[in-house]
Design a protein around this ligand. Sequence first.
Ligand code: FES
Ligand SMILES: [Fe+2]
Length: 459
Amino acid sequence: MTTASESRELTETGPSTVMGELMRQYWIPALMSAELKRDGAPLRLMLLGEKLVAFRDSAGRVGVMDHRCPHRCASLFLGRNEEHGLRCVYHGWKFDVAGNCVDMPSVPPHQDFKHKVKARAYPSLERAGLVWVYMGQRREVPPLPAFEVLNVPEDEINLTLIQRDCNYLQALEGEIDTSHFGFLHAGHVDADEVAEEEPLRHTITSRAPEYQVRDTDWGTQYGAYRPAGAGRTYWRCANFLFPFWTQAPNGEFGSHVHARAWVPLDDGHTMFCFLWWKRGTSAMTLPQPALKDGTPNGGTGRGNKLLPNTSDWLGRFRLAANASNDWGLDRAAQLEGSIFSGIDGIHLQDQAITESMGPIADHALEHLAPSDQMITRTRRRLLRAARALRDQGKMPPGVEDAQVYAEARSGYFLSARDTPWPEIYADALAASRRWPRRAAPDDASLSGVQTKDAATAPG
Ligand code: FES
Ligand SMILES: [Fe+2]
């Protein structure tokens, strides 16, 4: 079980918290590149409980900094994005993307001390349509995580952001909890209604799968297995990847190239950030699942309707179906058995369930089962890594050894092998299409980054 103090360690991500410090060691996907226009309006950005402002300067470089002006704490969100910097509208001080004060017009020239003033700015870079932010203290930024999906040509990557109104941990744990699939998403489906070759059939023929769970270089992994006839086994495999990433089993293993981040905005709100290869075989690219007779499988409606973004700290990429309207719950569909949950849409079902737990689930009330061993192991791995960082300064997995992520894949496949799970996984990976590593972005694409020989140090 997870104690109250472990629960706090796991779920609190603000500055100086154990998990917050762990997360600050990594590059964090923070916003879409398209959200920032050159010389356009600055954007309120909440990240790990910090209120930040993001903007794109005249040269196209991105600045991400504390929203409070270092003069007298007025919000730089109200600022003017002028030539090569953001000018506070209170007394006119101006800051470049690295946080340097470059103009102090409210002070007589002989008393000007702008060279001594810096806004607290974080390095950023752009990759795969995202602005990534590094909020750690190290003088040299770490490499980007070497996810396979970051090697795919950028025009073949699809990017989705959706806010979820709960703590990152319970959102993430919904992804590595495969035993809910046969209920929440498919509890209304009979195996006989589904075609023999449909992967879904295995999931519902056996709704209580057995698991292999293990630690990996990038985090944790499960392989859930069910007999699939003729000496074969149906495997569904998923990953947790430090510090808040998942890879789900909802695609054919050989081409399911994707990564899913659960980025804490604050401790009660999370931004789901989903990168996936458009040409892979997955729930996103296959037609809506249908039964043998051709009727669509209930509850698998596509499309997540978003509300218009606002400039609020938590106003970006919110679903129209949310707690205020019971996530569109249709009691009639639930009663007649056309949709087990009564909620239409796989993502929305997961969203509703994890939000329904409250902003931060009370772990003291849980009764974790053998089928929750992936969750238990992942919590333990996160806690151990966060404490090792705090107590011994030990860097957590994937920070310096970012290449470990390249070996992580998830999805479903059939195997006739009777070898241990790591070997079955290695075989499946070897048989998959792989993407050669693309070079990391060069320094020119980094904003406000302090490297050995760069002068644009953040404050
Ligand atoms: S508070 Fe920003 S310039 Fe004075
Ligand atoms: Fe789910």
